[in-house]
Design a protein around this ligand. Structure first.
Ligand SMILES: *Cc1c(COP(=O)(O)O)cnc(C)c1O
Length: 386
């Protein structure tokens, strides 16, 4: 058995390649020949299965430690296919800080189909326990919350789920299987926006699901094929290629982020820093036990009175954009950008203020990133009160 970093490079062979090419080809064929009318062919139609996509799906199943993987046209279509395994009247507990698009899918789409949801702070296990009802079927959450990077214990939530016969579904976008494998901590289904770290280059939108067991995999396959939001062969190839450098990219994301956190800690303009890698918090404790790194996203607040818009617009190297997890550094203001759909009250409740900034740290030279942040902070002319 090879180690994780080797598996990133060498996926499960499809044995469909007679040329000796070291990579799986991009199979641009929507349909496949039947040698005989009643032949049992492995491939018949590309929505149902495509060898390039299948390579990626097997690769993710292997990396997450699951039974089967599925690739979708976006993270949200992956989540849609997963939530579509439930039936009208089923109740699902969800993390109250899940990705905004997930929240919209739940509140403005699935509610129409009589799925019931209760949003809770999944860090607080009592809230999770108290939300379980007789018709509850699943708990859905993100290990690291967005944008405040609060950490939920997959192991503890999965224990509650198992006791109550519920499925545990984890959105592993922020950590990737390199830093956490939720299925090994007790989860049943993992989802990803592969648009982020798995692709890693801001050039493709994609989603992944991995199911731990065959029975669940069959239900998800039915939805993948039946609803049909499959990932194209070209995009499957881009995610496959991204995954090959996942370990080296993340190692650099992690070391750059640690250096930036250290820099921010030394600046008076910074009021608070949200990063699970800073010792002394419950988030740090849980992350230390259940992940092998604290991720490449850091959020921080400027002191009251300092203009966050001016700061982010003054950066030269770090680009002002939503999304995250790619080789280039991206910065944004959650209250105006990623979380603008929330009301001011809702934002305040989960700790999003006009002073909060989210930074997705890329893999550029850490010195250049720090110098860019430094010149931006210097422009604010902050005088520490004495
Ligand atoms: C971006 C994101 C999604 C949605 O994925 P898309 O690929 O944009 O559809 C879901 N969950 C998390 C945590 C994300 O960051």
């Amino acid at each position: 058995m090879s180690e994780f970093d080797t598996k990133l490079i060498h996926g499960k062979k499809q044995n469909d390649n007679t040329t000796g090419a070291v990579n799986i080809p991009i199979y641009n064929s929507s349909t496949y020949i039947f040698p005989k009318v009643d032949a049992k062919v492995r491939w018949d139609y590309a929505r149902s299965g495509n060898p390039t996509r299948a390579y990626l799906e097997d690769q993710l199943a292997q990396l997450e430690g699951g039974y089967q993987g599925f690739a979708f046209a976006s993270g949200l279509s992956a989540i849609h296919a997963v939530l579509s395994i439930f039936s009208p009247g089923d109740h699902i507990i969800i993390g109250d800080t899940v990705y905004g698009g997930t929240f919209r899918l739940i509140n403005q789409f699935f509610k129409k189909w009589q799925l019931e949801f209760t949003a809770v702070d999944t860090q607080d296990l009592e809230q999770v326990k108290n939300a379980v009802k007789t018709n509850t079927k699943a708990i859905y959450f993100e290990t690291f919350s967005n944008p405040l990077l609060r950490v939920t214990s997959v192991r503890e939530v999965a224990k509650i789920a198992q006791k109550n016969n519920l499925l545990t579904i984890v959105d592993n976008t922020f950590l990737t299987p390199y830093l956490q494998q939720p299925l090994k901590l007790g989860a049943d289904i993992v989802v990803h926006s592969a648009t982020k770290y798995l692709g890693g280059h801001s050039d493709v939108v994609a989603g992944i699901v991995v199911a731990k067991k065959q029975e669940l995999a069959e239900r998800i396959y039915f939805n993948q094929n039946g609803i049909g939001a499959v990932l194209s062969p070209e995009s499957s190839n881009l995610i496959r290629r991204g995954i090959q450098t996942l370990a080296v990219r993340l190692d650099r994301h992690l070391s750059n982020t640690a250096k930036i956190v250290e820099f921010l800690q030394g600046r008076d303009e910074i009021k608070s820093i949200y990063y699970p890698g800073i010792p002394g918090t419950k988030d740090y404790q849980v992350a230390s036990l259940e992940t092998s790194g604290y991720g490449g996203i850091v959020s921080f607040e400027l002191q009251n009175g300092l203009d966050t818009t001016k700061f982010v617009e003054s950066l030269n190297l770090i680009q002002l954009a939503v999304s995250l997890g790619a080789v280039e550094s991206l910065i944004e203001l959650p209250y105006k950008m990623t979380h603008a759909e929330m009301s001011e009250d809702e934002q305040r409740e989960i700790g999003i203020t006009s002073q909060l900034i989210r930074l997705s740290v890329g893999i550029e030279s850490p010195n250049d990133l720090i110098n860019d942040l430094k010149q931006g902070l210097d422009l604010l002319n902050y005088q520490k009160e004495v």
